[in-house]
Every structure is written in C-alpha cells, then in structure tokens.
Design a protein around this ligand. Structure first.
Ligand code: ATP
Length: 247
C-alpha cells in the first residue's frame, strides 16, 4: 500500500531561472549561452541529437562542469557560485544519464546517501507514494536491478534528497516502452504534486502533459523554442537537417 506522504508537504513549489548559462571543455564551447525558465511546478523539455549539449546543460546547472558562466536561480537564490553538493542541498538535483546509482550498495543504502544530502531521515512513506514497488527491494544490491528499477531508484534517491527541481537526463534511454510508461507515471505524479522538472530526451516523446516550453538544441545552440506545444518527429528531422547544413 503506497504511503500517503507527498512532496507537497515539503513546501511551496519553486521555479528555476537559467540566465545566459554557457559551458566549455577546455577550448571546446559545448554550450552557448542559454536562457530557460521553469515556473514553480513546471516542466521544460529539451531535445536534441548526440553531442547537442543537453547533458552539458544539466551538468552545468548541477555545478559539475568546470568552465561555465551565467546565473542559475532557484526560487530567489542564486546558486551559480555554489558547489555541486550545495546546489543539490538547495533542491536542484540531477538524475544523470546512466542513473548514477552506486553498485555494491543496496537500494536502501543508495537512498540513505540521498537522504543525507537532503539533511533529513530516510522517508520511505513519501518514496512509496510515487514508487510503490521499490521498498520490496530495499535490501537488494542495486547492481542486480533491471534498467527500469535502476531509474526508479535514481528518482527515489532524488525524492530522498528532498529535490525541489529535478534535472532528468534521458530517463527513458535503454528502457522498453512499457517501463518508460511506468517511469513517466512516477514523474507525472511528482510533477503534479509541484516538483518542477527539466527533462532531456533525444527525441520528442509523448509526455504526461504538454511542456511549458520545448527547446531544441543542436551543436551547443538553441535552434528552436516552442511554447506549450509538442515538437513532432517530422519537425525535429527538418530542424536537425537544417542545423547540419548550416554548421
Ligand atoms: P548525448 O545525447 O549523446 O548524451 P548531449 O546532447 O548530451 O549528447 P553532451 O554530452 O553535452 O551532448 O556533449 C556536448 C559536446 O561536448 C560534445 O561535442 C561532446 O563531445 C563534448 N563533451 C561532453 N563531455 C565532455 C568532456 N567531459 N570533455 C570534453 N568534451 C566533452
């Protein structure tokens, strides 16, 4: 029976303002200045082909790229000079591509690391509200989880860390459509309960609601923005082709 506690009880939803954020690896400019606004409880979708700079954007927001500029404002607080752990403690939590769970640790040990970051005891009730089947696996080594379960664990760890905005790097990657449906159902409930999200995917995928904004990135630049609309596959193919011709 899923617990009744929800992320709503953790405070009013907050927004995220990304202003002129850019990043480089040595001399390679991987991301040109970008602005994105996630309103409280909102959803922004970022799509783009390989090497577009999607992961770089999320990693930069999380404080994990060495050379970056611009402002990252969570609620009223500017996080741009904070270290990665401090940004996560403020509630800006990255769920990286490859999930970032620690093999060798059990499900619960992974969650305890999240809870320690969030500065609160592990709250299984709230996790089970969104991911009802994870608790059965609490003593399992997370290396033995399926890809879908691993993704659920990564989301659960962000809940344990008391995330206020989730940065999701291709959560559907490598998962069968049925499993993607299950992952998205958990994200839907969290988003409906006020957790804001930036969702990165390679393709424009059907989501639980229209994003407030869809941004198409290619070669480190924004090549298209659409408010509250789904960018369909045909349009994406055209945009990528145009991007490839002009680069
Ligand atoms: P994918 O969908 O393949 O994950 P992406 O859109 O997330 O692609 P990034 O991983 O952000 O793209 O990469 C953007 C650019 O930065 C690419 O040219 C990539 O080769 C380069 N890059 C990424 N990480 C590093 C790194 N650690 N060191 C040097 N260059 C990097």
């Amino acid at each position: 029976m899923p617990g009744k506690a929800t992320v709503k009880e953790r405070g009013a939803p907050v927004g995220l303002d990304i202003v002129g954020v850019s990043a480089s690896y040595g001399r390679l400019r991987a991301l040109n200045p970008i602005d994105v606004t996630v309103k409280p409880g909102g959803l922004a979708l970022i799509v783009g082909p390989n090497g577009a700079g999607k992961s770089t954007l999320l990693r930069t927001l999380a404080g994990l790229t060495q050379k970056s500029q611009g402002d990252v404002i969570l609620g009223q607080r500017n996080l741009s000079r904070m270290s990665a752990p401090r940004r996560a403690q403020q509630g800006l939590v990255l769920i990286p591509e490859g999930r970032g769970t620690l093999p060798g640790l059990t499900v619960e040990e992974n969650l305890l690391l999240g809870a320690r970051l969030g500065g609160a005891p592990l709250d299984w009730d709230t996790i089970s509200r969104y991911l009802p089947r994870l608790r059965e696996r609490s003593w399992q080594n997370c290396a033995s989880l399926s890809g879908g379960e691993m993704q659920m664990l990564a989301i659960a760890r962000a809940i344990a860390a008391r995330a206020r905005i989730l940065l999701l790097d291709e959560p559907s990657r490598g998962l069968a459509p049925l499993v993607v449906g299950e992952v998205y159902r958990a994200l839907k409930s969290l988003n409906e309960d006020g957790l804001g999200m930036i969702l990165v995917e390679q393709k424009s995928v059907p989501l639980w609601r229209a994003p407030d904004e869809t941004i198409v990135l290619a070669a480190g630049r924004v090549i298209h923005r659409a408010a509250a609309a789904r960018v369909d596959e045909a349009m994406l193919a055209e945009l990528y082709l145009a991007g490839a011709r002009s680069s």
